[in-house]
Ligand binder design. Structure first.
Ligand code: ADP
Ligand code: MG
Length: 252
């Protein structure tokens, strides 16, 4: 059984078919990349998996369950976490606070029990702290732990976005253009972070990425999309040499 399975998924915005009868599966433990020209529908696929949109048709299964039956607000608790193409962090909060907020959203707490600070709330707070500190150590963010997001270099913010997603303890991590705006050195670092996340944390990674160096370096399989549909699916080498993929890139 695959961890994630999309079958015949279609989404339209008015007259525009953003995702067109798309099917693919992601296996547990792999790094799977989606590539394609701007407007191909890559971010929309992420928005479907994170339940921002309901597909017009098709099914999405995650971890053996019908993901479309899960409330949009419940997806994180199911084990799906994501980063955004444009960083979405609280600018005037610290790295630590941003990560803790991510954990709070994950465990819906009960207002009454929080008011009275019951033992179970205390236990949850401790667990949140431990998880967040673990992720900060894992991604080498100790130096930035108590710094405000607003003052951090862009490259560090990109890593903090990944950290916030990881702090929710996901089974599947969705990364939307993790290397966009990064320098060559920072892109190499991101590549090793993704590799460590998969190998050491055992988390499955689905990413959208333009940097083919990063895609080839870290992905097991690649899906190339154009106009909402599948062009090719295979190893990075297979996809890069596929005639339809070459044509889609040259034609744009
Ligand atoms: P990609 O991430 O591959 O660049 P997107 O998934 O963002 O592409 O967009 C796919 C297509 O759907 C584009 O033509 C885009 O303009 C359109 N689109 C995306 N989101 C919306 C929306 N909320 N409303 C209308 N059109 C949208
Ligand atoms: Mg996009």
């Amino acid at each position: 059984m695959s961890l994630l399975e999309l079958e015949n998924v279609t989404l339209k915005f008015g007259g525009l078919t953003a995702v067109d009868r798309l099917s693919f599966s992601v296996e547990e433990g792999e790094v799977f990349a989606i590539v394609g020209p701007n407007g191909a529908g890559k971010s929309t696929v992420f928005n479907l998996i994170s339940r921002f949109y309901d597909p017009f048709e098709g099914t999405i299964r995650f971890d053996g369950q019908d993901l479309l039956a899960v409330k949009p607000s419940g997806v994180a608790a199911y084990g799906v976490a994501r980063t955004f193409q444009n960083i979405e962090l609280f600018e005037h909060a610290t790295v630590l606070q941003n990560l803790l907020v991510g954990r709070h959203r994950h465990h819906k707490s009960n207002v009454i029990s929080e008011l009275f600070f019951t033992p179970s709330v205390k236990r949850q707070e401790l667990e949140n702290r431990e998880k967040v500190e673990e992720v900060i150590d894992f991604l080498d963010l100790q130096a930035y732990r108590d710094k405000m997001i607003a003052g951090l270099p862009y490259g560090v913010r990109k890593v903090v976005e990944v950290a916030r997603a990881l702090a929710t303890d996901p089974k599947l991590l969705l990364l939307d253009e993790p290397a966009s705006g990064l320098s060559v050195e920072e892109t190499t670092d991101m590549r090793w972070w993704i590799d460590d996340i998969r190998r050491q944390m055992g988390i499955t990674v689905l990413m959208v990425e333009h940097d083919m160096g990063l895609v080839s370096g870290v992905s097991d399989r690649v899906l190339a999309m154009a106009d909402g549909a599948k062009l090719a699916l295979g190893t990075p080498a297979e996809v890069q040499s596929h005639p339809a993929v070459i044509e889609a890139y040259l034609g744009k």
